[in-house]
Every structure is written in C-alpha cells, then in structure tokens.
Write a protein that binds this ligand. Structure first.
Ligand code: BTN
Length: 274
C-alpha cells in the first residue's frame, strides 16, 4: 500500500530545508516526546520520531493526549535553536502558524487558538507541546534543543471522541490522503518556519498569527486549571507569545504557562446589545 508510512517515502518529498531531518517511525510507544527527550543528549541533527500507535501521549498542563491507531497522527521533532533561551517562549506559536499554514494548503480550513491549538469548525483538531531539553552531558554551544510534539485527529471515531471528552474535530481529507505526503508537507512547512524563527524570532510571525487567531478582536476569558480568571478583548500577541487582552482601556500581557482561553459569550452579548 503506497499509503503505509515509510521513512524513505517521507524523505523523498522533503524540501532542502527539511532534507537533513532523520526520520524514524516506530510501531508503538508511550510518548514520542518522552522518547526524544530521553535521547536528546545523543542527537546531532534534527530528528523526527513518529509512532503509528501512541499509548501515553502527553499534552499541555500535564493533561493526556488521546490518540487512536490509524485515526491520529502523532509525532515529535527534536530541533536545535541558537536563539536566546528566553525567546523560545515564542516557538509554540510559530509552530502553530506553520502547522495551520500546512493544513490550509492541504485544503483543511483551520484557525489558531492561543497559545497553540489548531481548531477546525471551532473545535480542536491538533495540539502542540513544546519542551526544552536540558542537556546534561554537553556544553550548550550547539544551542537549545527543543522537542516539538504534534498530535492531529485525522478521524474522530466514537471511541476516540469519548476518550477526549471535549469538543474535538477530525479532518477526513487528511485521513484519506497519502500519509507519507501528509507528513512531508507538515515537515516542509515546519522546517521553513523554524528557519525563519531562527533568523527573526516570533516577531516575523505576529501579523499572520493574529490573522489566523479565531478570537482576534473577540471577548474571551482565561482559565487556570479550570478556574476562571481575567477576561477582556483579544488585541493580539507580543514578541514573547504573550496574549494581549484589553479591558476598560488597559492592555495586559499574559504568558501561556498553564493558562487556556475560552470565548466569553456573556461579553459578546453585551457588546451586541450595548
Ligand atoms: C496539547 O494540545 O495539549 C498538546 C498535545 C500534544 C500531543 C503530541 S502527540 C505527539 C507528541 N507526544 C506526546 O506525548 N505529546 C505530543
């Protein structure tokens, strides 16, 4: 079957910027990100680890990432960055732009949700988990190595929807396409975005990020561990990837940390009726 994931077939479709990615595919693992974090000390070039079945996927804020074999695409990339460590807070957002651009080019109408969710039809299609590696045995002269984990719901069978337990969406178009071409398309866009991030930082992504944000200019509320916090209208993001919220004429910046964003329909209603 041409569709069967195969490292050589993926490598064949990679562009010059992505060509040096070492492509590894495993049948099953707990978490591709955990595996790469463990191997990070021994890596010398950008590395992809893709699992056909991931059984203990991790998400942001200590949450689980649920996946079904065949219905989900789960992979992690280990990548070295020379930009100052404090600027890496912008990398999850730059990754979100790359993923969203790649998916849009493939015909899937997606939007971003701060800090780095990918939405389709207003529901989560894909998630991104960015973790910095602390390299114990080597000088950090090669820069910071980062593990970028990506999970995409290609399909949403009832079994997976039940496990996720929150509104989520799938993308049948992606489910049907050749998975080697799909992975190569994602890697090509990610490699281009990482090169731009290395050159110019998150600043180069801000206009497109704001443009792709589902809640740009909309009333929202931030939540921490399910508890409601600050509300306001989304102004955009800054060069650190912080969300800028405006309330009563004041603009405040929020770091992603453990925060998540939800629309604030109450305010939307008031804005409409005022
Ligand atoms: C989130 O939205 O909370 C981030 C989800 C990230 C999931 C991916 S799946 C591949 C990689 N391995 C993991 O354990 N997590 C990431």
């Amino acid at each position: 079957m041409t569709d069967t994931l195969n490292p050589d077939r993926i490598a064949f479709s990679l562009n010059p910027r992505a060509k040096n990615i070492a492509v590894h595919i495993v049948e099953e693992t707990g978490s591709t990100s955990t595996d790469l974090l463990k191997q990070a000390d021994t890596l010398f070039s950008p590395t992809l680890l893709l699992a056909r079945r991931q059984t203990a996927g991790r998400g942001r804020s200590g949450k689980s990432w649920h996946a079904d074999s065949g219905a989900s695409l789960t992979f992690s990339l280990a990548w070295p960055f020379l930009r100052p460590t404090e600027e890496l807070s912008g990398l999850p957002l730059a990754t979100g732009v790359a993923l969203a651009l790649a998916l849009r080019k493939l015909g899937v109408p997606v939007a971003l949700k701060w800090p780095n969710d990918i939405l389709k039809d207003g529901k989560k299609l894909a998630g991104i988990l960015v973790e910095r590696v602390s390299r114990q045995n080597r000088l950090e002269k090669n820069g910071n190595w980062v593990i970028i984990g990506i999970g995409i719901n290609l399909q949403l069978p009832d079994t997976l929807a039940e496990k996720i337990g929150q509104p989520a969406s799938g993308a049948p178009l992606l489910f049907r396409m050749d998975k080697n071409r799909l992975v190569a398309a994602l890697l090509n866009q990610l490699a281009d975005a990482f090169a731009l991030f290395e050159e110019a930082g998150l600043s180069a992504f801000i206009p497109i990020w704001n443009d792709m944000h589902a809640y740009q200019g909309k009333p929202v509320r931030l939540f921490q561990e399910g508890r409601p916090g600050q509300s306001g209208t989304v102004v955009g993001i800054d060069s650190h990837g912080r969300l800028l919220l405006e309330e009563n004429g004041n603009i405040t910046a929020f770091s992603a940390g453990e925060l998540s964003l939800r629309p604030n329909p109450e305010k939307a209603h008031h804005a409409f009726t005022d």
